[in-house]
Every structure is written in structure tokens, then in C-alpha cells.
Design a protein around this ligand. Structure first.
Ligand code: FES
Length: 273
């Protein structure tokens, strides 16, 4: 069993939990994920590792309460335990020869972008972080991002934080102002990662995105997390979740993401009954 040692509410929909999982913490790297199961009857859900502490033996997860399992998870408190917490899974992010990077998070994707920014910062890279949210009440990890960024830009769709716009607008402006990025890391909704990848393509800036499709076994066996990258079939759980944004077939990924909407809302309805 895996004990919840800390629980924090980041915004009305998003919660952070630190889980005691020494074996996972020992090997965890940014970019990897875990699969957890709350109880025996629960489904397995993948969550990206938002942080880890090897000394304390803890792994941090951040999740949005959107479906049956995440809502159930959100009801648990410090001291409660999870039945399964398997990982680290997936390939760790690999950065080489990077001097200046832009790290972009969209909504909850910021929780996944943050460890990437932290890692780049620890390697001595100049990091510009751009995070976008629907409104100011949904902003998360502002202090944490500021601590690992040379510059931090936070935008909101409705302008309620005084900075209206999309993350792609900020990146475009920064590139046009002459910032020479060796790397862009973009993590968030598929449409955002697609737009950022199309923006960086003509500049030839290497762009890494993190794919978060439906996952079941997390071991490359079930095919649930299939994505097409550079015309080849890849499995996000074992070949990713990081991929070259210029090679990902985002349109197919968006179609596949919509496939289970009906089942997901049925499960949620039952949970709420
Ligand atoms: Fe089953 Fe990736 S989750 S193949």
C-alpha cells in the first residue's frame, strides 16, 4: 500500500499529493509517469510524475478531477493509502546541448512542464517558462515555476490576471524579439501542442511534446496509447511520453482522444449517483 503523506489543493479542480513510494522515487526522472489504482475495483490511471524526493522516498502527483477515478482520488486524505502505484514508466526526458529553452505549459500541463523546467534549470540552461490558464483562479505552481525560470510569463484566456492571450502568442513574440531557443518543450492540450509545433517548425527549433493518451497496461502490450510519429506507430507508454512535436500526427491523436468520451461520461455519471 502507498500512503498519501501530503495533500494540497492547488485550485478548485486540481490537487497535489505526495505519495510514499521509495522504490519509484529512487529511479524517477522528469518525463516519466506512474500508473495508480485507488482500490481493488478501481481502474488504472496514468499520471505524470510532477516531482520526487529520493531522500524522503516520495513522489508528487498533480491531477485534475475530471473523471470517476480522479474524483475518487480527490476524496482521499493524508494518511489514506493507494492500492497500486507502479513506476516509473516511460522514457525519461533527455536533454543535450541546450543553452536556452522555452518551456510551455497549458493548464494542467504546467504540472508536467514544471519538472522539465526544473531539470533544464539544474543543468544550467536559461529557461523561459510560459504558462497559460483559462482564468486567474486556475493558475498553479507560479512560485515553483518562477524559482526555476530566468523569465516567467503567465497568460489567461480571459485576461483576469492582467495578461490576456495564448501561450503561442507569447512564444511567437519572444522568438520574433530575437530569442534563440535550442529547444521548446510544450505540454498541455493536444491542440496547444499542435499549434506550438507548427509555430516552431519554420524556425527549425527542436520541439518536444508530451503525449498523454488513454493508457491501460503501461507496458506496450494493449495498444491503447498508440500514437503515430513520423509515419510510424509508437506507444506513448514505452516509446514516450515525450516525442518530437514536428513528427506527431496530432489530428489522429485528437480523434482517438474523443473515442471514449461517451464511456468516460457514463462512468462519471455512475460515480456521482
Ligand atoms: Fe498499453 Fe501503452 S498503455 S500499450
Amino acid at each position: 500500500m502507498f500512503k498519501i503523506v501530503k495533500k494540497k489543493i492547488l485550485n478548485p479542480q486540481v490537487k497535489l499529493m505526495e505519495i510514499s513510494a521509495p522504490h519509484v522515487a529512487k529511479k524517477a526522472e522528469p518525463g516519466q509517469f506512474i500508473i495508480l489504482r485507488v482500490n481493488e475495483n478501481g481502474e488504472r490511471i496514468p499520471l505524470t510524475i510532477a516531482d520526487f524526493d529520493r531522500e524522503k522516498g516520495t513522489v508528487t502527483i498533480i491531477f485534475q478531477e475530471v473523471g470517476k477515478t480522479t474524483k475518487l482520488l480527490g476524496t482521499l486524505e493524508e494518511g489514506d493509502e493507494l492500492l497500486d502505484f507502479v513506476g516509473p514508466l516511460g522514457k525519461a526526458s533527455h536533454f543535450e546541448n541546450v543553452k536556452k529553452a522555452a518551456v510551455i505549459g497549458g493548464g494542467l500541463g504546467t504540472a508536467i512542464a514544471y519538472p522539465q523546467a526544473k531539470k533544464l534549470h539544474s543543468m544550467g540552461v536559461e529557461v523561459h517558462t510560459i504558462a497559460g490558464f483559462r482564468n486567474k483562479d486556475l493558475i498553479i505552481l507560479e512560485d515553483e515555476m518562477r524559482a526555476v525560470s530566468s523569465k516567467l510569463f503567465i497568460t489567461t484566456d480571459d485576461g483576469s490576471n492582467g495578461n490576456k492571450g495564448f501561450v503561442s502568442d507569447v512564444l511567437k513574440k519572444l522568438i520574433e524579439e530575437g530569442n534563440k531557443y535550442d529547444l521548446v518543450v510544450a505540454i498541455g492540450p493536444l491542440i496547444m501542442m499542435k499549434v506550438i509545433s507548427e509555430l516552431t517548425r519554420p524556425y527549425g527549433i527542436k520541439t518536444i511534446v508530451s503525449m498523454n493518451p488513454v493508457m491501460i497496461d503501461g507496458t506496450g502490450m494493449c495498444g491503447g496509447c498508440r500514437v503515430t510519429v513520423g509515419g510510424e506507430i509508437k506507444f506513448a507508454c514505452v516509446d514516450g511520453p515525450d516525442f518530437d512535436g514536428h513528427l506527431v500526427d496530432f489530428d489522429e491523436a485528437m480523434r482517438r482522444q474523443a473515442m471514449y468520451k461517451k464511456e468516460e461520461s457514463l462512468a462519471l455519471e455512475k460515480h456521482n449517483c
